[in-house]
Design a protein. Structure first.
Length: 327
Protein backbone atom coordinates (compact mmCIF):
# COMPACT_ATOMS: atom_id res chain seq x y z
CA UNK A 1 0.00 0.00 0.00
CA UNK A 2 1.37 3.42 -0.90
CA UNK A 3 1.95 5.97 1.87
CA UNK A 4 0.78 8.78 -0.44
CA UNK A 5 -2.79 10.06 -0.62
CA UNK A 6 -4.66 9.79 -3.88
CA UNK A 7 -5.77 13.00 -5.56
CA UNK A 8 -9.39 12.21 -4.61
CA UNK A 9 -8.46 11.70 -0.94
CA UNK A 10 -6.43 14.93 -0.86
CA UNK A 11 -9.29 16.94 -2.33
CA UNK A 12 -11.70 15.46 0.24
CA UNK A 13 -9.39 16.49 3.10
CA UNK A 14 -9.06 20.02 1.73
CA UNK A 15 -12.86 20.32 1.51
CA UNK A 16 -13.25 19.19 5.14
CA UNK A 17 -10.63 21.71 6.29
CA UNK A 18 -12.39 24.49 4.40
CA UNK A 19 -15.77 23.64 5.95
CA UNK A 20 -14.27 23.54 9.45
CA UNK A 21 -12.65 26.92 8.90
CA UNK A 22 -15.90 28.48 7.69
CA UNK A 23 -17.86 27.07 10.65
CA UNK A 24 -15.16 28.23 13.01
CA UNK A 25 -15.17 31.76 11.62
CA UNK A 26 -18.97 31.88 11.88
CA UNK A 27 -18.87 30.68 15.49
CA UNK A 28 -16.35 33.38 16.40
CA UNK A 29 -18.51 35.99 14.67
CA UNK A 30 -21.73 34.98 16.41
CA UNK A 31 -20.39 34.07 19.85
CA UNK A 32 -18.23 37.14 20.12
CA UNK A 33 -16.72 36.18 23.47
CA UNK A 34 -16.78 32.92 25.35
CA UNK A 35 -16.06 32.98 29.09
CA UNK A 36 -15.82 29.76 31.08
CA UNK A 37 -17.34 29.86 34.56
CA UNK A 38 -15.05 27.48 36.40
CA UNK A 39 -15.07 25.91 39.86
CA UNK A 40 -18.03 23.53 39.77
CA UNK A 41 -17.56 20.12 41.33
CA UNK A 42 -20.84 18.72 40.10
CA UNK A 43 -23.30 18.98 37.23
CA UNK A 44 -24.65 22.50 36.56
CA UNK A 45 -28.41 21.90 36.73
CA UNK A 46 -29.71 25.48 36.41
CA UNK A 47 -28.35 28.92 35.68
CA UNK A 48 -29.81 32.44 36.11
CA UNK A 49 -28.79 36.05 35.59
CA UNK A 50 -29.02 38.60 38.40
CA UNK A 51 -28.82 41.58 36.06
CA UNK A 52 -29.01 44.37 38.62
CA UNK A 53 -25.94 42.95 40.34
CA UNK A 54 -24.11 41.99 37.11
CA UNK A 55 -24.01 38.39 38.27
CA UNK A 56 -24.78 34.95 36.95
CA UNK A 57 -25.79 32.28 39.49
CA UNK A 58 -25.42 28.52 39.09
CA UNK A 59 -27.15 25.66 40.90
CA UNK A 60 -24.89 22.65 41.15
CA UNK A 61 -25.38 19.01 42.10
CA UNK A 62 -22.59 19.42 44.68
CA UNK A 63 -25.07 21.43 46.79
CA UNK A 64 -23.45 24.84 46.29
CA UNK A 65 -24.67 28.12 44.86
CA UNK A 66 -21.99 29.96 42.92
CA UNK A 67 -22.03 33.60 41.88
CA UNK A 68 -19.93 34.82 38.96
CA UNK A 69 -19.27 38.32 37.64
CA UNK A 70 -20.77 38.83 34.18
CA UNK A 71 -18.10 41.30 33.01
CA UNK A 72 -15.22 38.84 33.42
CA UNK A 73 -16.59 35.47 34.60
CA UNK A 74 -14.75 35.67 37.91
CA UNK A 75 -16.05 33.44 40.71
CA UNK A 76 -17.13 35.86 43.45
CA UNK A 77 -18.84 33.60 45.98
CA UNK A 78 -19.40 29.94 46.69
CA UNK A 79 -22.34 29.62 49.06
CA UNK A 80 -23.24 26.58 51.12
CA UNK A 81 -26.29 25.92 53.27
CA UNK A 82 -28.24 23.10 51.66
CA UNK A 83 -27.60 19.54 52.80
CA UNK A 84 -28.20 17.95 49.39
CA UNK A 85 -27.97 18.70 45.66
CA UNK A 86 -29.36 21.98 44.34
CA UNK A 87 -32.05 21.52 41.73
CA UNK A 88 -32.82 25.12 40.74
CA UNK A 89 -31.80 28.75 41.07
CA UNK A 90 -34.10 31.65 40.23
CA UNK A 91 -34.05 35.44 40.25
CA UNK A 92 -36.21 38.32 38.98
CA UNK A 93 -35.91 41.59 37.10
CA UNK A 94 -34.80 44.02 39.84
CA UNK A 95 -33.48 41.36 42.17
CA UNK A 96 -31.01 41.70 44.96
CA UNK A 97 -31.84 38.12 45.95
CA UNK A 98 -31.75 34.66 44.42
CA UNK A 99 -33.65 31.60 45.58
CA UNK A 100 -32.33 28.05 45.45
CA UNK A 101 -34.26 24.78 45.51
CA UNK A 102 -32.78 21.56 46.78
CA UNK A 103 -33.24 17.83 47.14
CA UNK A 104 -33.19 18.48 50.91
CA UNK A 105 -36.80 19.73 50.68
CA UNK A 106 -36.06 23.42 51.26
CA UNK A 107 -35.99 26.67 49.37
CA UNK A 108 -33.44 29.19 50.55
CA UNK A 109 -33.42 32.88 49.69
CA UNK A 110 -30.02 34.54 49.56
CA UNK A 111 -28.93 38.17 49.69
CA UNK A 112 -26.38 37.93 46.93
CA UNK A 113 -24.46 41.13 47.67
CA UNK A 114 -23.36 39.76 51.04
CA UNK A 115 -23.80 36.07 50.28
CA UNK A 116 -25.96 35.54 53.36
CA UNK A 117 -29.21 33.63 53.82
CA UNK A 118 -32.35 35.73 54.19
CA UNK A 119 -34.82 32.92 54.69
CA UNK A 120 -35.22 29.15 54.59
CA UNK A 121 -38.57 27.62 53.66
CA UNK A 122 -39.46 24.00 54.44
CA UNK A 123 -41.18 23.72 51.08
CA UNK A 124 -41.86 20.05 50.28
CA UNK A 125 -41.74 16.53 51.64
CA UNK A 126 -38.93 15.15 49.52
CA UNK A 127 -37.08 16.93 46.72
CA UNK A 128 -37.98 20.44 45.60
CA UNK A 129 -37.85 19.87 41.86
CA UNK A 130 -38.04 23.53 40.85
CA UNK A 131 -38.67 27.00 42.23
CA UNK A 132 -39.41 30.05 40.08
CA UNK A 133 -39.83 33.73 40.92
CA UNK A 134 -42.37 35.80 39.07
CA UNK A 135 -40.45 38.46 37.14
CA UNK A 136 -41.73 41.21 39.47
CA UNK A 137 -40.53 39.23 42.50
CA UNK A 138 -43.96 39.14 44.15
CA UNK A 139 -44.35 35.35 44.34
CA UNK A 140 -42.25 32.23 44.34
CA UNK A 141 -43.73 29.02 42.88
CA UNK A 142 -42.34 25.57 43.68
CA UNK A 143 -43.04 21.95 42.77
CA UNK A 144 -41.89 18.82 44.59
CA UNK A 145 -41.79 15.05 44.47
CA UNK A 146 -44.73 15.15 46.90
CA UNK A 147 -46.89 16.08 43.86
CA UNK A 148 -47.65 19.54 45.22
CA UNK A 149 -47.37 22.94 43.58
CA UNK A 150 -47.04 25.67 46.20
CA UNK A 151 -47.02 29.46 46.01
CA UNK A 152 -45.00 31.50 48.49
CA UNK A 153 -44.64 35.13 49.48
CA UNK A 154 -40.84 35.57 49.30
CA UNK A 155 -40.63 38.40 51.83
CA UNK A 156 -42.29 36.38 54.60
CA UNK A 157 -42.02 32.76 53.49
CA UNK A 158 -45.80 32.41 53.89
CA UNK A 159 -47.52 29.77 51.78
CA UNK A 160 -50.46 31.39 50.00
CA UNK A 161 -51.60 28.58 47.68
CA UNK A 162 -51.27 24.82 47.32
CA UNK A 163 -52.27 22.59 44.42
CA UNK A 164 -51.98 18.82 44.86
CA UNK A 165 -52.22 16.53 41.84
CA UNK A 166 -52.22 12.81 41.10
CA UNK A 167 -49.27 12.81 38.73
CA UNK A 168 -45.57 13.62 39.02
CA UNK A 169 -44.46 17.17 38.42
CA UNK A 170 -41.36 17.78 36.29
CA UNK A 171 -41.24 21.51 35.52
CA UNK A 172 -42.97 24.80 36.28
CA UNK A 173 -42.87 28.42 35.18
CA UNK A 174 -44.71 31.57 36.32
CA UNK A 175 -45.77 34.73 34.48
CA UNK A 176 -44.52 38.25 35.15
CA UNK A 177 -47.12 39.25 37.74
CA UNK A 178 -47.36 35.90 39.48
CA UNK A 179 -51.02 35.45 38.54
CA UNK A 180 -50.70 32.28 36.47
CA UNK A 181 -48.27 29.37 36.33
CA UNK A 182 -47.75 26.55 33.88
CA UNK A 183 -46.55 23.02 34.56
CA UNK A 184 -46.47 19.64 32.95
CA UNK A 185 -49.76 17.84 33.38
CA UNK A 186 -50.85 14.21 33.26
CA UNK A 187 -49.23 12.11 30.53
CA UNK A 188 -48.12 14.47 27.72
CA UNK A 189 -50.33 17.47 28.56
CA UNK A 190 -49.46 20.86 30.00
CA UNK A 191 -51.60 22.83 32.43
CA UNK A 192 -52.00 26.58 32.97
CA UNK A 193 -53.02 27.35 36.55
CA UNK A 194 -54.83 30.31 38.12
CA UNK A 195 -52.64 30.89 41.18
CA UNK A 196 -55.30 32.88 43.03
CA UNK A 197 -57.95 30.14 42.87
CA UNK A 198 -55.66 27.12 42.46
CA UNK A 199 -57.80 25.94 39.53
CA UNK A 200 -56.90 24.93 35.99
CA UNK A 201 -57.33 27.66 33.39
CA UNK A 202 -56.38 25.56 30.39
CA UNK A 203 -55.37 21.96 29.70
CA UNK A 204 -53.02 21.98 26.71
CA UNK A 205 -53.09 18.80 24.68
CA UNK A 206 -49.72 17.20 24.14
CA UNK A 207 -47.77 15.14 21.67
CA UNK A 208 -45.83 11.94 22.24
CA UNK A 209 -43.01 13.00 24.53
CA UNK A 210 -43.02 14.16 28.13
CA UNK A 211 -42.71 17.88 28.86
CA UNK A 212 -39.35 18.67 30.46
CA UNK A 213 -39.29 22.48 30.25
CA UNK A 214 -41.65 25.40 29.69
CA UNK A 215 -41.42 29.20 29.65
CA UNK A 216 -43.66 32.26 29.34
CA UNK A 217 -42.70 35.25 27.24
CA UNK A 218 -42.31 38.62 28.99
CA UNK A 219 -46.01 39.54 29.17
CA UNK A 220 -47.29 35.98 29.68
CA UNK A 221 -49.29 35.92 26.44
CA UNK A 222 -47.29 33.03 24.99
CA UNK A 223 -46.07 29.74 26.44
CA UNK A 224 -43.49 27.42 24.92
CA UNK A 225 -43.13 23.78 25.96
CA UNK A 226 -40.17 21.53 25.23
CA UNK A 227 -40.36 17.73 25.22
CA UNK A 228 -37.95 14.88 25.64
CA UNK A 229 -38.55 13.80 22.04
CA UNK A 230 -37.50 17.21 20.71
CA UNK A 231 -40.97 18.62 19.98
CA UNK A 232 -41.64 22.31 20.74
CA UNK A 233 -45.14 23.78 21.04
CA UNK A 234 -46.12 27.45 21.33
CA UNK A 235 -49.50 28.38 22.83
CA UNK A 236 -51.69 31.45 23.21
CA UNK A 237 -52.26 31.56 26.97
CA UNK A 238 -55.50 33.57 26.72
CA UNK A 239 -57.38 30.66 25.15
CA UNK A 240 -54.98 27.69 25.31
CA UNK A 241 -54.82 27.36 21.53
CA UNK A 242 -51.69 25.99 19.91
CA UNK A 243 -49.99 28.48 17.57
CA UNK A 244 -47.06 26.39 16.38
CA UNK A 245 -45.93 22.79 16.60
CA UNK A 246 -42.26 22.31 15.81
CA UNK A 247 -41.39 18.69 15.12
CA UNK A 248 -38.09 19.16 13.28
CA UNK A 249 -35.66 18.97 16.15
CA UNK A 250 -35.22 15.22 16.79
CA UNK A 251 -33.02 15.90 19.82
CA UNK A 252 -34.06 15.83 23.44
CA UNK A 253 -34.97 19.31 24.69
CA UNK A 254 -33.50 20.06 28.12
CA UNK A 255 -34.45 23.73 28.55
CA UNK A 256 -36.35 26.49 26.74
CA UNK A 257 -36.23 30.26 27.27
CA UNK A 258 -37.54 33.26 25.37
CA UNK A 259 -34.98 35.83 24.31
CA UNK A 260 -35.37 39.14 26.12
CA UNK A 261 -37.12 40.78 23.15
CA UNK A 262 -39.54 37.80 22.84
CA UNK A 263 -38.69 37.42 19.15
CA UNK A 264 -37.09 34.01 19.48
CA UNK A 265 -36.80 30.92 21.66
CA UNK A 266 -33.48 29.52 22.86
CA UNK A 267 -33.49 25.73 23.11
CA UNK A 268 -30.82 23.73 24.98
CA UNK A 269 -30.48 20.24 23.58
CA UNK A 270 -28.91 16.92 24.43
CA UNK A 271 -26.34 17.09 21.62
CA UNK A 272 -24.58 20.18 23.02
CA UNK A 273 -26.16 22.78 20.74
CA UNK A 274 -28.36 25.81 21.28
CA UNK A 275 -31.12 26.24 18.75
CA UNK A 276 -32.74 29.57 17.95
CA UNK A 277 -36.37 29.41 16.77
CA UNK A 278 -38.48 32.31 15.52
CA UNK A 279 -41.44 32.77 17.85
CA UNK A 280 -43.76 34.21 15.20
CA UNK A 281 -43.17 31.80 12.34
CA UNK A 282 -42.07 28.72 14.27
CA UNK A 283 -39.08 28.37 11.94
CA UNK A 284 -35.53 27.61 13.01
CA UNK A 285 -33.20 30.55 12.57
CA UNK A 286 -29.97 28.80 13.49
CA UNK A 287 -28.40 25.91 15.29
CA UNK A 288 -25.58 27.24 17.37
CA UNK A 289 -22.56 25.50 18.78
CA UNK A 290 -23.27 25.89 22.48
CA UNK A 291 -21.19 23.69 24.76
CA UNK A 292 -18.85 20.75 24.49
CA UNK A 293 -21.27 18.40 26.24
CA UNK A 294 -25.01 18.03 26.76
CA UNK A 295 -26.47 21.49 27.49
CA UNK A 296 -28.84 21.18 30.45
CA UNK A 297 -29.89 24.79 31.01
CA UNK A 298 -29.85 28.21 29.37
CA UNK A 299 -30.51 31.77 30.55
CA UNK A 300 -30.77 35.05 28.63
CA UNK A 301 -30.03 38.63 29.66
CA UNK A 302 -30.87 42.07 28.22
CA UNK A 303 -27.12 42.78 28.01
CA UNK A 304 -26.69 40.48 24.96
CA UNK A 305 -25.59 37.63 27.19
CA UNK A 306 -26.47 33.96 27.18
CA UNK A 307 -25.37 31.55 29.90
CA UNK A 308 -25.38 27.77 29.60
CA UNK A 309 -24.80 24.93 32.03
CA UNK A 310 -23.59 21.53 30.97
CA UNK A 311 -23.47 17.93 32.13
CA UNK A 312 -19.66 18.01 32.07
CA UNK A 313 -19.56 20.33 35.13
CA UNK A 314 -18.96 23.45 33.08
CA UNK A 315 -20.88 26.68 32.64
CA UNK A 316 -20.28 29.20 29.89
CA UNK A 317 -21.06 32.89 29.43
CA UNK A 318 -21.50 34.01 25.83
CA UNK A 319 -21.48 37.61 24.65
CA UNK A 320 -23.50 37.59 21.46
CA UNK A 321 -25.45 39.70 19.02
CA UNK A 322 -28.87 38.13 18.56
CA UNK A 323 -29.64 40.56 15.75
CA UNK A 324 -26.91 38.81 13.80
CA UNK A 325 -28.75 35.52 14.26
CA UNK A 326 -31.83 36.94 12.54
CA UNK A 327 -30.08 37.54 9.24
Amino acid sequence: MSGWLSLKEAIAILVIIAVVNVVGLWAIDFFQTEIRLVGHRGVVLEIAFVDRQQLVATACSDGKLRLFSTPDGKLLREITGHSDSLTDVTSYREAEDVATASADGTIKIWKVHEGIQRRSIAAHQGTVLAAKYSDDGSVLVSIGTDRALRVWTPTSGERIQEIVVRYDFACVTVNFMGSIAASNGPESDAVIWNLKTGKELHRLSGQRGAIVSLAFNSDGSRLVTGRNDGVLQIYDTSNGKQLHLIDENHRRVNDVKFTQDDHAIMVATSDGTLQLWDMTTGKKQRSLLGDRNEVLCVATSPQHLIATGSRDRTATLWRIDLSDAER
